[in-house]
Design a binder for this molecule. Structure first.
Ligand SMILES: NC(=O)C1=CN([C@@H]2O[C@H](COP(=O)(O)OP(=O)(O)OC[C@H]3O[C@@H](n4cnc5c(N)ncnc54)[C@H](OP(=O)(O)O)[C@@H]3O)[C@@H](O)[C@H]2O)[C@@H](O)CC1
Ligand SMILES: Nc1ncnc2c1ncn2[C@@H]1O[C@H](COP(=O)(O)OP(=O)(O)O)[C@@H](O)[C@H]1O
Ligand SMILES: [Mg+2]
Length: 283
């Protein structure tokens, strides 16, 4: 089904007066090597601006000062420190892994530690380099084979790598077969993104456009997704995913009336206001 604006009204809820940060979720984001620090910083910033209660970033320590100058709300751990990483994983409500992680051997090790320590009931969003690494290593695929709460967020080339389906053959019937065998949700990002939910439902996004084609645009989606998933538990997981995917492109589309390109960081700046507007229109 096509996702429509009313999904935001349905999912985004006014906060209870006596709630605290613990009610809005612990999000752990793992990624950002020395070349791609921006990816994990933007993802973390998006999660914070979308309302995640506690955000921790596991990244290369080279990224620490930049992280704190952009988003001091986020906590830091060195992703090569296995003890800190496994402890952080055990206390997270949602784990995001992959934005800017890179695909070298050390990145693979970080991913191995991550996937080995995610419990089968823990929700994990797998993006970017982590998708590429999993595509290349069956041993990594096996680590998540029993987890029913995996969300992959590939662009079309990443989906080609993971599924073996060439981009020009990526139609619903074929994608669905592969997604079912992965036993995961697949958010196939493209012009008019398609979401193959783990529940079996397929949903489509009819908004967004080429003004979104800037590096980092998918990275921020992971943060928005994580924050929706940890916060709005009155809605089903499918609804929370749809709302996050919709909000990301909805803000971009609104910005596109004024700007030629819509930068990921510009979208982040609009998230809080847009969510408040949704709440203020509720009866
Ligand atoms: N600021 C930062 O730190 C940033 C860090 N980033 C991080 O970098 C890591 C690598 O991610 P990546 O997406 O940049 O590279 P990769 O996985 O090799 O895919 C690109 C290849 O696929 C092809 N392609 C075909 N269809 C496509 C489609 N629909 N959408 C996109 N590509 C498509 C494409 O074709 P071409 O452009 O050559 O025509 C090219 O051959 C990852 O961890 C990510 O998080 C980025 O987010 C950028 C900002
Ligand atoms: N032409 C387009 N139409 C609609 N959405 C687009 C278009 N180009 C890019 N996007 C959106 O931008 C994001 C790009 O994700 P991704 O390729 O993972 O970016 P990055 O890894 O650089 O952060 C996706 O959400 C995708 O749907
Ligand atoms: Mg990406």
């Amino acid at each position: 089904m096509e996702i429509t604006l009313d999904i935001l009204q349905k999912v985004i809820k006014k906060r209870e007066p006596n709630s605290h940060k613990g009610n809005f979720g612990r999000v752990l984001l793992i990624g950002g090597n020395i070349n791609y620090g921006g990816a994990i910083i933007m993802a973390a910033s998006a999660a914070v601006h979308t309302g995640a209660g506690l955000v921790t970033v596991a990244t290369n320590k080279e990224n620490l000062s930049s992280l704190h100058s952009v988003v001091p709300e986020a906590m830091f751990i060195n992703f090569f420190d296995k003890v800190s990483l496994t402890t952080a994983i055990s206390t997270a409500d949602v784990v995001v892994v992959g934005p800017g992680l890179g695909a070298d051997n050390r990145a693979k090790e970080v991913l191995e530690v991550t996937l080995s320590n995610i419990s089968d009931n823990q929700l994990c969003i797998i993006d970017g380099s982590a998708i590429t690494l999993i595509s290349e290593n069956d041993s990594l695929k096996e680590l998540i084979a029993n987890n029913k709460k995996i969300i992959f967020t590939p662009h079309q080339m990443e989906w080609q790598r993971l599924s073996g389906i060439p981009i020009d053959k990526q139609i619903d019937d074929i994608n669905l077969q592969k997604q079912t065998s992965l036993n995961a949700t697949v958010i196939l990002k493209k012009h008019h993104t398609t979401i193959y939910h783990q529940s079996g439902t397929i949903d489509n996004l009819a908004i967004g456009g080429p003004f979104m084609a800037t590096g980092g645009m998918g990275d921020i989606l992971t943060g928005v997704l994580a924050a929706f998933i940890t916060q709005f538990k009155e809605s089903s997981l499918d609804e929370r995913i749809n709302a996050a995917v919709y909000l990301h492109s909805y803000i971009a589309e609104n910005l596109s009336h004024k700007y030629y390109v819509t930068l990921p960081t510009d979208i982040i700046k609009k998230i809080q206001k847009t969510m408040l507007k949704v709440i203020s229109e509720q009866k």
